[in-house]
Design a protein around this ligand. Sequence first.
Ligand code: SF4
Length: 684
Amino acid sequence: MCTVIHNSYIICGVLSLQVKVAEYAGFCAGVKRAIQIARDAASEGGKCYTLGPLVHNDAVVRYFEKKGIIPVDSLESIEPGRLIIRSHGVPPGVIQEAERRGFLIKDATCPLVKKVHTLAALLRGEGYAIVIFGDKKHAEVQGIAGWCENEASIIESLEEVFGLQVGSKVGFISQTTRDENQFYQVAAALLPGKTEVRVFNTICPATRNRQASARDLSRQVDLMLVVGDINSSNTATLTRECKFTGVKTFQIQNASDLKKEWFEGVTKVGITAGASTPDWIIKEVLDRMSEYDENAVKEQQIEETVNNEQSVPREESFAKMEAEMADFVTPNRGDIIKGTIIQVLDDEVMVDVGGKSEGIIPARELSVKDAGSAKDLVKVGDEIEVMVLKWDDDGTILLSKKKVDAQKYMDKLEEDYKEERTIQGVVTGSVKGGLLVDVGVVAFLPASHVDDGYVRNIEDFIGQTLNFKIIEFNRNKRRGSQVVVSRKQVVGEEKARLKEAFWQNIEEGQTRTGKIKRIVDYGAFIDLGGYEGLLHVSEIDHVRIEHPSDVLHEGEEIEVYILGLDREKERVSLSRKKLLKSPWEIVMEKYKPGDIVEGTVVRIAPFGAFVEIEAGVDGLVHISQLANRRVEKPEDVVSVQDKIKIKILSMDPEEKRISLSLKEAQEEAENKEVEEYLEQQDNE
Ligand code: SF4
């Protein structure tokens, strides 16, 4: 009796054949799992149903039938009880119906098939026309079709692609047990005339492993035996793969199908088996080749295989297989995938994006911002997200990080737009009709939205970081900017906020700092933050001024006094003068009676002359104080505009009067001269 040893030759009986079992053959992890679920159900006792045979293998089905696991064709024919959903899976409607009828469901759908269900539903939800490469009558394919509302097109061969009527946006998936080469041939044939074909290689790694090891073995032997049920799709694929290598191949269900004449002139035999073929059937075949004894199969052997977890040649964990499946999903143009930077040159970056290919990002596709070298932007080891731009003939993928970044900015801006948030941006330049603003992407700021009033020169804003609102957002716009911003609204809102705060806090008698916005003939407009008030020319200074611009300058900050408020009319009277010292105050601080000061004759009256000693303050030199002789009229002594030295006789701040004397000032000057002369004589 032979033992099943994978990937190693054994010598079989009277024919002295060298027989090798493929590295991967027999039960896959999905079938093992379903069998374990059936075993558990059998051990609970009583009847349990499976909708269709548990696996595509009569012997296994019969074995479980004896243990109370009964295959049925439909739910209508049976009373509600326990129901195993086999590894092929079912459409969602079947589960809903079973639950509605009161069945207790034990779901043995292979996790990898479930992934295909999820993918099919997702693609359907995103509006893709779904094409399934698979056997139309196979339970797995019907299950997958159910997950896309039975709207999928199912094709079994390359030829069927040409008569296919589907939309231009296609999601292409496969039955898990199909041939990978054919799958890609069909994918390529689907492309012409479509705007988008998303290709998902959903062929299970267990299938791929079985196909690859069957092919390998076929090339080493004179005869291949493929063991599996006539209804097993993956067994049929294995048979086809072996035949393609040119080796003589026979598909058998069990040892009884063997024919001795097949082995004439044959020295090396390879054996492979479908994913639902238990080891004991392979063993039976090996034994038959040794003995040709139909009774070699023992019930004990069946028991051992069904209960033996180690019968699968290599460990095929679902996690590992799921990861492999993910790797084989072909990224399409426009897909966003993750990658790790493995090389950075000045003008391009190489990215490991998993799978079989490497990606290249040209420097111009690295960032939305300008940079001299790629090295300034990224480094080896960085994990990044990139968009697939196209596949080159050599399998290299051309990628863009810039487009992903821009998309992220666009997502954020779309949210800002919907939430009416204020965003910040830098004005980078001007174009016809407005300015360009960097808000992550380049946005357009129309000239009429630069401020809430007329702007004489919008280019003054270039280089400034400002706040904006998005007033137009359209990702699909082909011409012009997808993002249009406005500062007008932000400024308007800010003004309204400041205005409210201004009127809440303003009081008469306060001193406020304001900015001179505009100077006019009759005064100046002062921005007090939330209010722009007029400072009348008469309130600018104590002294008379020819024009406000003699004293004030636009843009300058000054302090003003709040003279009065009219909240109803929203008017505020301002004064600068009020905060300045009056000429009288200056004079009172600066001079005292007895001081000799210089002044200008500003007016002459019959009783004397008025002399200005500080701007806006003049005193009287009475006619009697003009000279130490009798003066007929003041003009005999002084004229208007004369600059003269006078003595302050008295100062009356109450009456704002100052008495001056020219006579005493001159006497003092003469006395001083005499004193200085005498002093000089004494010194000589
Ligand atoms: S062949 Fe793959 S997908 Fe199918 S049951 Fe086995 S493990 Fe699951």
